[in-house]
Design a protein around this ligand. Sequence first.
Ligand code: EZ4
Ligand code: CO
Length: 403
Amino acid sequence: MLKIVSAKVIITCPGRNFVTLKIETSDGLTGIGDATLNGRELSVASYLTDHVIPCLIGRDAHNIEDTWQYLYRGAYWRRGPVTMSAIAAVDTALWDIKAKAAGLPLYQLLGGRCREGAMVYSHANGTTIEETLEQAISYKEMGYKAIRLQSGVPGLKSTYGVSGTKLFYEPADADLPTENVWSTEKYLRSVPALFEKAREVLGWDVHLLHDVHHRLTPIEAGRLGKDLEPYRPFWLEDTVVAENQANFRLIRQHTTTPLAVGEIFNSIWDCKQLIEEQLIDYIRATVVHAGGITHLRRIAALADLHNVRTGCHGATDLSPVCMSAALHFDVSIPNFGIQEWMHHTKETDEVFRRTYTFKDGMLHPGEMPGLGVEIDEKLAAKYPYKRAFLPVNRLEDGTLYNW
Ligand code: EZ4
Ligand code: CO
């Protein structure tokens, strides 16, 4: 038995907030898991400290599935982003420990490699089409095989995905929510123009992606998908809010543009209908927000039965601990599609010493036993938590809308 003797939550803000769970065992082995929930960080920290950690002490660190069931079924209150992020942190840390105990990189315990590395996509963004494409060209030169394009919308002051600091688009940017203004009409006119120009400038040998960030109705999404078909996007992401999964039937009736969804999903039940009815092509659930490696593998297995591939969320609010876990998962499953990757700040990469590396458009998890990432607690303590909110979004007449 590998007894859990202690566990603690580490909160740090090396450019943005991260919440990390660290578990220690009787053998002196430690494991870490990402518990970051953007804009709601302290609620997961409290869930772990007040309600989970007391139950972990004395448990066998090797019994990952039983611990997962204990925290999910045993809590009576199931699902939700706070609960599932907390469970994910425990699950990831236990997989880290098990792999270290075995002396193997985690992907070996998940069945070994299905591929050399995980193809990643990066973010090109700018206030104008020209600016966005300039950035896309530089990503292509760096070797990226896939690039997400987001551009400012003429007539709108600001919009999702466009930042001041290009490489690090960081939406949780203020200690009270900032406000964006939205117009579907203006937006729908701007995106096909971006993609038309992008194919002229970038050619056809690079995958192009776009994130709508939940702002359309199903019929509007059908229209956009149709308008983009000539430019063969790799995917169109989060076209509509997915609370009502049946909404996707209407989109599917109108376009063959591949659809991706799921970065805010926290359980297999959020994607069950979308996957079983083949209403989507890529599922974007992540390790940290969807119950850890154990639960994400279950989602991927269901997806594999229905021709749905994975495309894990990988924005800056997913810590290097989550990214590392995602990469071990990505290389070990048969139905991997693509992995999102945004660069973290230099300070973040110093606090989280990671061994994953980028080469020729792919990320590689590395060969260190475990996850291959360690947190420098002393350095982490130098960056105290800073309250930060995601923006809200309003229509031009002031109506509160989806961000
Ligand atoms: O808005 O991660 O595809 N990526 C995204 C992100 C999300 C943030 C929210 O925490 O949609 O930019
Ligand atoms: Co997104």
